[in-house]
Write a protein that binds this ligand. Structure first.
Ligand code: BTN
Length: 253
């Protein structure tokens, strides 16, 4: 059991080039590798994003990393891990840029995306065996490297940053937050997330796999699910979805 014990094992596997660090970490999970195993690549040829999208991963211009965790928690609690990694990242980069989180775990500046998190789990009888949390951050990418609506730390600051130093800072923060997660410190984690969440108190359109909801994003609950007040005044709880921020989108030319 790894209950509330702080993480004591750490193995980092580095690649110059890999298909997807999430795929590699997933295979390691299936092969029984321990937490915390970290897979880091300079470049990915098949980087994946949420909702079947691809994640553009040019060589040595971003951080492409996946964490293998075995948290012994329910699927509902595991959803929080994506938010935890986004929060750890935003806090680590605070001295460089005032990044925020767009629910559930996009890392943004204004209406531009700078990073994202992909959570994948392997479950047996609905009990998670392991979780892979993949993190991609556009660090030194230039305009031509990036898809529309994306940006990078370089494009925002005009400075290029050493990838390994940023990775080490983020890793330290991720481990610290993961240890708090294992101590069930969910309430404080959620309170901290709210300080960085740019989705709250805005008019949003949320797409789930079967519906869409329009209303005001009023809060997130203790599992990180988004609470939206619709125009009838009812509160809808959304645990998985994609948010369109209506105010920003109206402002786009
Ligand atoms: C998203 O916002 O859509 C999530 C993007 C996640 C990208 C990272 S890069 C490292 C890891 N490996 C992958 O193939 N995807 C994640």
């Amino acid at each position: 059991m790894n209950g509330g014990q702080p993480s004591s094992y750490l193995r980092i596997i580095r690649f110059d080039k890999v298909g997807s660090t999430n795929d590699y970490a997933f295979a390691l999970g299936r092969a029984g590798n321990k937490e915390i195993t970290v897979v880091l690549a300079k470049c990915q040829t098949k980087g994946r994003g949420r909702l079947g999208r691809s994640w553009v991963s040019p060589n040595s211009k971003g951080i492409y990393v996946s964490f293998l965790f075995r948290p012994k928690r329910t699927l509902q609690e595991i959803f929080l891990l994506g938010i935890v990694v986004a929060l750890a990242t935003v806090k680590s980069l605070k001295g460089i840029l005032p990044l925020t989180i767009k629910w559930p775990n996009d890392i943004v500046i204004g209406n531009k995306k700078i990073g994202g998190v992909l959570v994948e789990t392997e479950s047996f009888n609905k009990i998670p065996e392991f979780v892979i949390v993949g993190l991609g951050i556009n660090v030194n990418s230039e305009f031509i490297d990036l898809p529309e609506k994306a940006t990078s730390i370089f494009l925002q600051t005009g400075n290029k940053y050493p990838l390994n130093d940023l990775f080490k800072t983020i890793l330290k923060e991720v481990i610290a937050f993961y240890d708090r997660f294992k101590l069930n410190d969910y309430k404080n984690i959620i309170d901290e997330v709210k300080n960085y969440l740019d989705t709250l108190h805005r008019r949003v359109l949320v797409y789930t796999h079967k519906d869409k909801y329009e209303g005001i994003a009023v809060d997130i609950d203790s599992y990180g699910a988004l609470l939206v007040r619709d125009y009838l005044g009812d509160i809808v709880r959304i645990d998985l979805g994609e948010v369109k921020n209506l105010v920003y989108d109206n402002n786009l030319s």
